[in-house]
Design a protein around this ligand. Structure first.
Ligand code: SF4
Ligand code: SF4
Length: 434
């Protein structure tokens, strides 16, 4: 690590150590502590261990297991009365672990990150998955007579939407008012979510284009992969400078949080991209729910064609990292024929957390089972969540732990789009803005 990076991490760490008053209020909101009862698996424990390493009382290797099991969900930051920036502790620890070759899952994360940067490869994988689905391979692998291990390992292979990305989102139009960040994996796996966002924003009278920004680098950053994170920052900074620098809307809680953190990351990882350009990206990024809610008067009347009971799961990075809590609920509440029912611990992690379910399957499963129980207890027909990883995790968890429940998992904006389309006159006029 460079001296610049070490110095900024040092400042972040010292600030966190100073502000933590060891009150323990964060413990009950931490999924890893709740499921293990182990103080070293809690935010307070991880901060305490990090301080011991910092003060030379503990070898760094002893801290690594505690950091690796952290979901990075940031529920502890929302709960903390002292406003401790726990993510700075996690970030410094994971960067150091990778730099010292101690990151147990670094190779897996590096491989995944390399795939995420390959748009053509993602397209081939997605097409192969759709073909495999059409030919019945997915159903075969997940059939009840298959060994449990195979069913378990293939449960994240979901039926993919046949819908294609709307042509208006396949290129960058520098005259548009808004740019939608399509991301890497979401562009291929969930074009239906992007199209729904386009439908709603268009119905509000906005002109929308695809953002020139690519993979945000969240997976690399969360695993302390400095080089890979820097590469994403650098590419996005170059794309940004060549664009019209318009408001960038994110419909993915994790990507939005990452893009908004570019200013801070730019200070820490400014080796290959201009910090001021990264700060511009951060300031131009807005969560789509918050943006639509702020422009609520432009929304047409919303009514679902049939009655629906809906519950909301707050994605960790939307809720805790971005602080967007009210807007998704407020938007859903104004849809006619939609009954919103609260879920217990709706802002608690679902166990997705990037590739956490591959790294720590047992803990991820325990967290997922608890989430499924909470969803079932609401009696809802639909659960909505604003992050692609959570959408996949909830679909897979419901398929495994409640296979007969028939609960649909959607992005909140997909429901809004359905409600907009239920009024054909206003939808048709919105498709052809004057
Ligand atoms: S992180 Fe915050 S809530 Fe947790 S022990 Fe420290 S001060 Fe208390
Ligand atoms: S980020 Fe989540 S898992 Fe990690 S310490 Fe905080 S609450 Fe616990």
């Amino acid at each position: 690590m460079s001296n610049t990076l070490e110095n900024t991490l040092e400042q972040d760490l010292e600030k966190a150590f100073e502000t933590c008053i060891h009150c323990g209020i964060c413990l009950s909101s931490c999924p890893t502590y709740v499921h293990t009862g182990d103080e070293s698996q809690s935010p307070r424990g991880r901060i305490h261990l990090s301080q011991a390493v910092h003060d030379g009382r503990l070898p760094f290797a002893d801290l690594v297991p505690a950091l690796e099991t952290c979901l990075g969900c940031m529920a502890c930051e929302s709960a903390c009365p002292s406003q401790v920036k726990y993510h700075h502790v996690l970030e410094a620890g994971r960067l150091t672990a990778h730099a010292q070759g101690l990151g147990r899952f670094s190779v897996l994360a590096q491989s995944m990150q390399a795939v995420l940067k390959q748009d053509a490869l993602l397209s081939i994988v997605t097409t192969a998955m759709k073909l495999g689905d059409a030919l019945g391979f997915r159903r075969l692998l997940q059939a009840s007579w298959m060994p449990a291990l195979i069913r378990e390992k293939t449960r994240f292979w979901m039926p993919l939407p046949q819908e294609r990305l709307d042509v208006r989102l396949t290129q960058v139009d520098n005259h548009a008012e808004l740019a939608l960040h399509l991301g890497c994996v979401m562009k291929h796996l969930m074009p239906d979510v992007h199209n729904a966002c386009l439908d709603v924003l268009t119905a509000m009278g906005f002109s929308v284009t695809a953002s020139p920004l690519g993979c945000c680098g969240a997976l690399a950053s969360h695993h302390g992969l400095a080089k890979e994170t820097q590469a994403c920052l650098k590419e996005n900074a170059q794309a940004w400078q060549a664009s019209s620098k318009t408001i960038t809307l994110s419909n993915a809680g994790g990507c939005g949080a990452m893009l908004k953190d570019y200013a801070h990351l730019g200070e820490n990882l400014s080796l290959q991209a201009s910090p001021s350009v990264l700060a511009e990206i951060a300031h131009a990024t807005e969560d789509i729910h918050a943006f639509i809610w702020a422009n609520n008067p432009r929304l047409p009347a919303l009514a679902l064609p049939t009655q629906m009971v809906v519950t909301y799961q707050g994605s960790c990075h939307l809720t805790h990292a971005q602080g967007v809590t009210e807007a998704p609920l407020a938007l859903l509440q104004q849809v006619e024929n939609l009954t919103l029912v609260p879920m217990q611990n709706a802002s608690g992690c679902c166990g997705s957390a990037g590739i956490y379910n591959l790294e720590h399957p047992q803990l991820a499963e325990a967290i997922a089972q608890e989430k499924v129980d909470a969803i079932l207890a609401t009696g809802a027909d639909v659960v909505v969540v604003g992050n692609p990883g959570c959408l996949i995790q909830l679909k897979a968890s419901l398929a495994v732990y409640a296979p007969t429940a028939k609960i649909e998992v959607l992005h909140p904006i997909q429901l809004l789009a359905e409600a907009v389309k239920a009024c054909p006159a206003q939808y048709q006029s919105a498709e052809q803005p004057s």
